[in-house]
Design a protein around this ligand. Structure first.
Ligand SMILES: [Zn+2]
Length: 350
């Protein structure tokens, strides 16, 4: 949710879409590894089908990063090129998979025109990765009238559902609302990434602040038009913790991927499997993230007045914050691994 114009917007968009990728690539890959371990222990048939679909050289771990790598496709020339913010892992994709990124961006930009008309907002393919629900709601709900700020038909919940329905229907290219999905490989890449994104609390929950740094809920203020200056872009515009609040949640501690990984895989395998109608899973996961964004990411913090385009954090409110954040990150990475495995077992299990 942003309506910041000109140079400021370009800088902000760069922060959101290039520097900040939910969980960073180590976190996404760890989620892929956890899901793969679960699949191989619970449903070898599903694992075999996915291995065949992905082919040699592309593990589920690598597949989780494809949608972030697609951000390195120029939205005017539709050419992929490695840039300053392109994750190093992207060079592991083949020429054919990079060509798929180009097709994905070109087709979705052309198809999803309506969401590009609001000044200052990112393009649809970049908005696919997140929502910006006010933490006050403590849950994700789509279909309110009017729709809550930060909920759109092209947010991360809809991205997961579109990719899931595409794989279920297998009619290619699959066209659904704001999405064009070229083939099953792209749908699988989308799922592998967006199930990770939706578990990063600040990719779904957002805090809205006035100029003095006081919290407000844009959906209860009757703002019409709403004051875009209150949006913090999922914490991208909140400084005071490096690299900024959103990025501090994206960055997982290094020991998650090294020493803690076996325990996280065991914990994920013991979590309850997702149940009920799979079309409701993404909404449920998003609600968990909004609640966590409120309780752990935002509630402990006191924000300082806006300066330029950013707010600060009262340092006193950061006491003990990193420890709580690390615990929540571990919980969410483990849950994301479990839930990605659930989704793939549902789609490919026999
Ligand atoms: Zn993402």
């Amino acid at each position: 949710m942003r309506k910041i114009l000109g140079v400021v917007f370009c800088l902000a968009a760069m922060v959101r879409s290039q520097q900040v990728c939910a969980w960073g690539e180590p976190g996404h890959q760890l989620i892929g590894d956890i899901a793969w371990t679960i699949l191989n222990s619970e449903n070898k048939s599903a694992a075999a089908k996915i291995a065949t679909l992905l082919g040699n050289g592309v593990s589920l771990s690598l597949a989780t990063t494809w949608a972030d790598c697609a951000k390195s496709v120029n939205e005017e020339t539709f050419q992929y090129s490695k840039g300053e913010f392109t994750p190093a892992i992207c060079s592991s994709f083949s020429t054919a998979d990079r060509a798929l990124m180009e097709t994905y961006v070109r087709d979705n930009l052309a198809h999803s025109g309506p969401c590009n008309t609001k000044p200052g907002l990112e393009t649809c393919p970049k908005q696919y990765h997140y929502a910006d629900v006010s933490e006050d709601h403590a849950r994700y709900v789509s279909g309110q009238n009017p729709e809550w700020f930060g909920v759109d038909d092209h947010d991360v919940v809809h991205s997961i559902n579109a990719a899931m329905h595409a794989i279920q229907k297998k009619q290619w290219p699959y066209i659904d609302g704001a999405y064009v999905i070229e083939n099953e490989r792209v749908a699988l890449f989308m799922l592998a990434h967006f199930v990770g994104d939706i578990h990063q609390p600040l990719h779904v929950g957002a805090v809205y602040l006035d100029a003095q740094g006081n919290r407000l809920d844009p959906d209860t203020l009757g703002q019409n038009p709403w004051d875009a200056g209150t949006a913090t872009s999922g914490g991208n515009n909140i400084t005071g913790i490096p690299p900024e609040l959103h990025g501090s949640w994206d960055t997982i501690p290094a020991n998650f991927s090294t020493t803690l990984k076996p325990g996280m895989e065991t914990a994920a395998g013991k979590l309850a499997k997702s149940s009920g109608d799979a079309s409701s899973w993404a909404t449920r996961w998003a609600s968990d993230s909004v609640e966590l964004s409120h309780s752990t990411a935002f509630a402990p913090l006191t924000f300082t007045a806006k300066s330029g385009e950013t707010w600060g954090i009262d340092p006193a409110s950061l006491t003990g914050y990193d420890k709580e954040k690390g615990g929540a990150q571990e919980t969410q990475i483990v849950a994301a691994g479990r839930h990605l495995a659930d989704m793939l077992e549902m789609l490919y299990g026999s």
